[in-house]
Design a protein around this ligand. Structure first.
Ligand code: NDP
Length: 344
């Protein structure tokens, strides 16, 4: 008999790919949505379920509503908790990012425990919970970040999204340690790119690529290095976390680290002058003056611009069993999907 899986955040960019892969494997999916009346957010998943003859059920639940995940988790063996707000331009970090991330983790994991049937919980954390500012690698005397590291430089006022992910993941580990019904496997993706199954997501991944292609960085891109990974690989990591009995702990999923200029080069090599891509790096002194235009604070510029980082992805390959898609393919597939859907 196919297992019942509850998934949160399946309407989103990453969650849609996780849900697609699970539906294609004929798991019975319980999808939690904030507004069950808004069918446009889930139609793509209903279509995939129909195509594969698999079962999909919708439950209304909100990260901020205590007990709202209990009904969906009843009778499930697996819970996949993807949902959490991911946007960087926030007015009220506590209300918009931190509370939903933290309260949501408590509510979803409590539903897993109350179910009495859940055996494994897979949590979508982030490398933002592994490391904070890029300068931290140097300050800590590290040559790379591994699953042993926790971000300790983000706060409610500095990199609040990252802070929300640290608090949520730490809370998840605390809850997991205080019960013995289910085990926890955490996926820590770096910045996710690749084609989207939905145009209704507000994910920074989609905003960033749109900005890149429509000229936001045309005058110059910040010398900012970060990890990148394909959305389909991140989804596969979640499936492996469900199916691979030896999966455990935290798992950094990241194909490579590169700069914004490196990313622009991948697009330029394929599309030439078709898009308004950056042609040069913005000098750091310039970013101190105009960083606010890109949403970069002075502290962020000081502690991140020009500092390379390294992310160790060995565990995801050797223990989880993940095979990575080359970033060239990821980026081109994403641009093609955006062109087809007339997003750009
Ligand atoms: P999306 O914005 O596309 O997805 C976020 C999902 O969370 C949506 O399904 C959204 O539902 C749901 N959600 C948000 N707030 C609430 C709430 N109050 N109650 C219930 N559901 C809520 O972002 P991504 O797919 O990019 O991100 C998904 C996860 O992956 C997040 O946990 C994020 O931190 C993590 N992540 C993302 C990375 C990236 O580069 N994209 C990198 C590393 C981690 P709704 O449709 O109703 O808005």
């Amino acid at each position: 008999m196919k297992k019942n899986v509850m998934i949160t955040g399946a309407t989103g960019y990453i969650g849609s790919w996780v849900a697609k892969k699970l539906l294609e494997k004929n798991y019975n999916l319980r999808i939690t949505v904030r507004d069950a009346k808004n069918k446009s957010k889930v139609q793509h998943l209903i279509d995939i379920a129909e195509k594969n003859g698999s079962k999909i059920e919708l439950f209304e639940a909100d990260l901020m509503k205590e007990g709202s995940f209990d009904e969906a988790a009843k009778g499930c063996e697996i819970v996949v908790h993807v949902a959490s707000p991911f946007f960087l331009n926030v007015k009220d970090a506590k209300k918009d990012l931190i509370q939903p991330a933290l309260q949501g983790t408590k509510n979803v994991l409590s539903a897993a425990t109350k179910s009495g049937t859940v055996k494994r919980v897979v949590l979508t954390s982030s490398v933002a919970a592994v490391h904070g500012d890029n300068i931290d690698m140097k300050i800590k005397g590290l040559t790379e970040f591994t699953e042993e590291n926790f971000n300790d430089s983000s706060s409610e006022t500095h990199q609040p999204y990252s802070y929300s992910k640290v608090l949520a993941e730490k809370e998840a580990w605390k809850i997991a340690e205080n019960q013995n019904q289910w085990d926890l496997v955490v996926i820590n993706p770096s910045f996710v790119l690749g084609p989207s199954l939905t145009n209704l997501s507000a994910s920074e991944s989609l905003t960033f690529m749109k900005d890149m292609l429509t000229g936001k960085f045309q005058m110059g891109a910040p010398a900012l290095f970060f990890g990148f990974v394909d959305v389909r690989d991140v989804a596969e990591a979640h499936v492996l976390a469900i199916e691979n009995q030896t999966a455990e702990g935290r798992n950094i999923t990241s194909e490579r680290v590169m700069s914004v200029m490196d990313l622009a080069e991948i697009i330029r090599n394929k599309y030439g002058k078709k898009y308004k891509l950056p042609v040069m790096k913005s000098p750091k002194f310039m970013l101190y003056m105009i960083g606010w235009m890109f949403g970069l604070s002075t502290k962020f510029v000081k502690r991140n611009i020009g500092y390379p980082i390294k992310l160790n992805n060995r565990k995801s390959i050797e223990k989880l069993g993940l095979k990575y898609t080359e970033m060239q393919k990821t980026v081109i597939d994403m641009v093609e999907q955006m062109e087809e859907q007339k997003v750009i």
